[in-house]
Structures are given as structure tokens and as C-alpha cells.
Design a protein around this ligand. Structure first.
Ligand SMILES: [Zn+2]
Length: 113
């Protein structure tokens, strides 16, 4: 395993911070705050529907990301963090530096299947 305990502890800190950030964002989306402030009073119904559509999209993306982050945190606990889910090889450290929640190595990410 190329990842040192220090490095894993660092990723864990980053991931936990990210998890809290995303959870806070999901909560904001849920209450309809902070997103799409430009509601045109002229056509309220349409705008509202669009607004909800956008928020659902944003929420979906955030929830997917949260799942990914949580999965990475679980892997840290179980000791399998940093391993590609597809080829079971080590994920490149530079990839983890950019996205600590990565579950695939560079090769598998670029060539699904
Ligand atoms: Zn791989």
C-alpha cells in the first residue's frame, strides 16, 4: 500500500470536511434557500416548477457526491481506501489528491468496461 497512515489521515480529514459541506448544501437546497434568486414574478407557476426541477438536479448531484464521499470514508475505516474498484490496483496518488473520493484508477475512469 503506497498510502502512508499520515496521508490517509489527511484524506480522511478532507473527506469529512467535504461530507459536512455537502450535507449543509443539501439542506439548503431542501429548504429552497440560496438557489435561483431570480424568480420572475410574472410567470410564477412555470418558474416555480423550473426552480424545483433545478433544485432536484442539484440535490441529486450533491447526494451522489455525498454517497461517494461516505463510501470513501467507509473504505478508510475498513482499510481498503485507495484501491480501484474495478481492477483492484492502487489508485494513482495524484488522482486522490485532486479527488479523494475517487473509487477508480485513472485507466478505469477513462475506459469504463
Ligand atoms: Zn482500475
Amino acid at each position: 500500500m503506497h498510502l502512508t497512515n499520515e496521508k490517509i489521515a489527511e484524506f480522511k480529514r478532507i473527506l469529512e470536511e467535504e461530507r459536512d459541506n455537502i450535507a449543509a448544501q443539501i439542506q439548503r437546497v431542501g429548504t429552497g434557500m440560496d438557489f435561483g434568486n431570480d424568480i420572475d414574478a410574472g410567470d410564477e407557476e412555470t418558474d416555480e416548477a423550473e426552480e424545483i426541477g433545478n433544485m432536484e438536479g442539484v440535490k441529486f448531484v450533491l447526494e451522489e457526491k455525498l454517497k461517494s464521499v461516505n463510501r470513501a470514508l467507509e473504505k478508510i475505516d475498513s482499510g481498503s481506501y485507495g484501491m480501484c474498484e474495478t481492477c483492484k490496483k492502487e489508485i494513482e496518488p495524484e488522482l486522490l489528491n485532486i479527488a479523494p473520493e475517487s473509487h477508480l484508477c485513472k485507466n478505469c475512469k477513462q475506459h469504463p468496461d
